[in-house]
Design a protein around this ligand. Structure first.
Ligand code: 13P
Ligand code: SF4
Length: 370
């Protein structure tokens, strides 16, 4: 999705790291409790060091909502996270994203038009009142609102299992539907489906570029989970052979991966979970442990630095950072903060009231579920 970030003024683009540090320090001190800086785990260190709170995407939005005192919430993360923070914070709080081009390529793989088209196709073939739309937190506010309007729910990588159980029911709880349309990450949907005991035959991939998702009517009717053909380009890079190599080099090492990795990777890992889960798994590992991690490189490197009694390595030696998270740097942070000191609000992220209302419904359903 194209969002246009203006070029930074020379004062920031040509400043030395030390000068930027000083600008940020002074502005942060001046703004005091009017400001909170939130840092997602995948941020660079030059940004993360200024964060008042670190966390995963949903955790940070909740922190923002709990910080009634802070008038400005500077979200060092990506666009959908800043939108969620705006939805969950009060009207007097303003959420700012230091670089408007910090989107999420996975979130951009499902837009409202294509999801509405898919819904229309489904309604010709099945009773859509029995289809529960589930969107991953990594999606636009418009999609969260779509699921809110259609009896669906949001999930995160840490609660996807509970959310799918809520949707499809199990021995002890009723179902809200017979099928789930899950977007935008096919891998999180598939990995969670397998965890719940569904098989390959119960799941089909919905390709939004093809008529009826590229599926025939029988497949659509017979699939419990329709998985949107989206993925994370960072997590999809991890392959089973990376784990084989790690295990050869570090017999007895522990392998922990994010559920946005493909299922063949998840199958051969020791532990699977969200960014917060990965952090906890490293903390819980015994001193001397060697841990191979399948997630974004800034988090992996930070875990290694911050736990000197353990060795934490990326499973993919060539892994690249999340290029959109990487857009947030000290120069953009300094520009945003000095703007606030001077009474200028740059890059405010707002969600229109109707979209926010329905998105909140979907988020609240999630909170009531888990
Ligand atoms: P978390 O929900 O764990 O913060 O993950 C967000 C994300 O973008 C993972 O790629
Ligand atoms: Fe999106 Fe993947 Fe980057 Fe997470 S790591 S923000 S899912 S592109």
């Amino acid at each position: 999705m194209l969002r246009l970030q203006q070029a930074l003024p020379e004062r920031y683009s040509s400043a030395t790291p030390e000068a930027l540090e000083e600008m940020i320090r002074v502005a942060k001190e001046t703004l005091g409790s009017r400001l909170i800086i939130l840092g997602h785990h995948y941020q660079r260190d030059e940004v993360m060091r200024w964060a008042d709170a670190r966390g995963d995407s949903f955790g940070l939005s909740r922190i923002a909502a709990d910080q009634q005192e802070a008038e400005f919430v500077v979200f060092c993360g990506v666009h959908f996270m800043a939108e969620s923070a705006d939805i969950l914070t009060s009207d007097r709080q303003q959420v700012l994203l230091p670089d408007l081009n910090a989107g999420c390529s996975m979130a951009d793989m499902a837009d409202l038009d294509s999801v509405e088209e898919a819904w229309e196709s489904l309604s010709r073939l099945v009773d859509v009142d029995r289809v529960v739309p589930v969107t991953y937190m990594n999606s636009s506010a418009a999609l969260k609102a779509f699921v809110g309007r259609h009896g669906g729910v949001v999930c995160t990588s840490s609660n996807a299992r509970a959310v799918l159980t809520w949707a499809l029911g199990d021995g002890s709880s009723p179902s809200r539907g017979d099928q789930v349309l899950f977007f935008p990450d096919q891998h999180l949907g598939r990995n969670t489906g397998y965890q719940l005991g569904y098989t390959e035959d119960d799941m089909a991939v919905w390709n939004p570029r093809q008529v009826d998702g590229g599926l025939d009517a029988d497949t659509i009717k017979g699939s419990t989970l329709l998985l949107w053909k989206g993925h994370c380009s960072v997590h999809q890079r991890f392959r089973p052979n990376h784990i084989d190599t790690f295990r050869t080099e570090h017999p007895g090492g522990l392998v922990v991966v994010h559920p946005e990795c493909a299922h063949d990777v998840v199958e051969v890992a020791d532990l699977v979970g969200s960014t917060d889960f990965i952090i906890k798994a490293v903390a819980d590992a015994p001193a001397g442990a060697v841990i191979g991690v399948g997630t974004e490189i800034h988090l992996v490197n930070r875990l290694d630095e911050e736990t000197p009694d353990k060795t934490v390595v990326s499973l993919d030696p060539l892994v690249c950072p999340c290029s959109t998270m990487f857009r947030i740097d000290a120069a953009h942070l300094a520009w945003i903060l000095e703007g606030l000191v001077n009474g200028e609000v740059h890059n405010r992220i707002t969600v229109d009231p109707e979209t926010a209302e329905w998105a909140r419904v979907a988020l609240e359903r999630m909170l009531a579920t888990v």
